[in-house]
Design a protein. Structure first.
Length: 331
């Protein structure tokens, strides 16, 4: 196909974990992919294999500032945002700006280009839920002024702004609520439980579990998440949709699985639970199944082994870097 005839898609946060996998998927689907990232949490190594391709281009740009992309755009995926507590507590203002100003800029771009836009929301819009599993109709239990509020409220505003453009301007929009996702290219030191556990186990350290470890999470392998996002983008469904794996387990169970799969003799070290840390997280994915015919396909052991092998191949000095510091009640 001629380059001009390819569907053109802008992917923000392109050098990040999910953004880079989305670039791969849309390249494989024969799209012309325009990646954009300000590199505040991204890593060019995630997309360096794409730079030689004629149907990939990259812009080093902050979407919180005016966004200009020459030529026609068919789709926009807005995945630019810090996504872990370590990041959004280090850069809280930027987190709020990318969810508000960045979203506004990209909705305006989509309107001017007559492009369909999918925005990446999160299970964090549900806060510390009082119902389980969390369905799309649940409004959430969020502390707007707590340490996690900068991320939670940025995403809730992002959803509201997106629906306002959909309802007022008739913009073609999609909203995906992403639940815990893991796999290759997750930053080793981003502060989230799973990469932290793997890194600690591979270094022969004790695994750090917050609280009593009985809080639950549901982990979705990255290829399943990307498939769900792809199907949602190409669907006719404009309301928010959960994409995640409903296979729920405790953090204690996850830590023990990592210890077993890495073959290390690590122990579990318990430390105080951070403020507003959700005690339960499990997606209701009936809508994704009914509307997109989507279900997660990768079992946890297979996904964890793929992820562990990815971390084992990192440079030794990267694996041995200083232990991450999670936020605590004093911060």
């Amino acid at each position: 196909m001629d380059k001009q005839k390819k569907k053109r898609i802008l992917i923000t946060g392109a050098a990040g974990f999910l953004g880079s996998h989305l670039c791969d998927r849309f390249i494989a689907e024969d799209f012309h992919v325009i990646g954009m990232d300000n590199m505040i949490t991204g890593d060019l190594r995630n997309i360096e294999h794409l730079f030689k391709l004629p149907n990939f281009e990259f812009y080093h740009h902050d979407v919180s500032k005016f966004v200009h992309v020459p030529g026609q755009l068919d789709y926009i995926l807005h995945f630019a945002s810090p996504a872990s507590p370590v990041d959004y507590l280090r850069i809280p203002i930027q987190t709020l700006k990318v969810g508000s100003l960045g979203t506004h800029n990209l909705l305006g771009l989509a309107k001017s280009k007559r492009a369909r836009i999918l925005v990446a929301s999160t299970s964090e819009v549900y806060g510390d839920p009082v119902v389980s599993p969390q369905s799309e109709e649940y409004w959430g239990n969020v502390n707007p002024v707590g340490p996690r509020g900068v991320y939670d409220e940025a995403k809730r505003f992002q959803e509201a702004m997106t629906m306002a453009y959909h309802n007022f301007h008739g913009l073609d929009t999609r909203i995906v609520r992403i639940f815990n996702t893991y796999g290759p290219r997750m930053r080793l030191n981003d502060g989230r439980a799973l990469p932290t556990f793997i890194a600690q186990a591979l270094r022969g350290e004790d695994l750090t579990v917050f609280g009593d470890g009985n809080q639950t999470r549901s982990f979705c392998y990255v290829s399943d998440q990307i498939e769900g996002i792809f199907r949602l983008l190409l669907s006719d469904y404009a309301q928010p949709m959960n994409i995640g794996n409903p296979d729920e387990l405790t953090i204690n169970d996850m830590a023990n699985e990592i210890i077993s799969l890495t073959g290390n003799q690590s122990k579990i070290l318990y430390v105080p639970l951070p403020i507003d840390d959700p005690k339960q997280r499990r997606p209701d994915i009936r809508k994704a199944n009914q509307i997109l015919s989507w279900l997660p396909a990768v079992n946890r052991k297979e996904g964890l082994l793929q992820t562990i092998n990815y971390y084992k191949q990192l440079p030794p000095e990267e694996l041995k870097q200083k232990k991450f510091t999670y936020y605590n009640q004093e911060q």
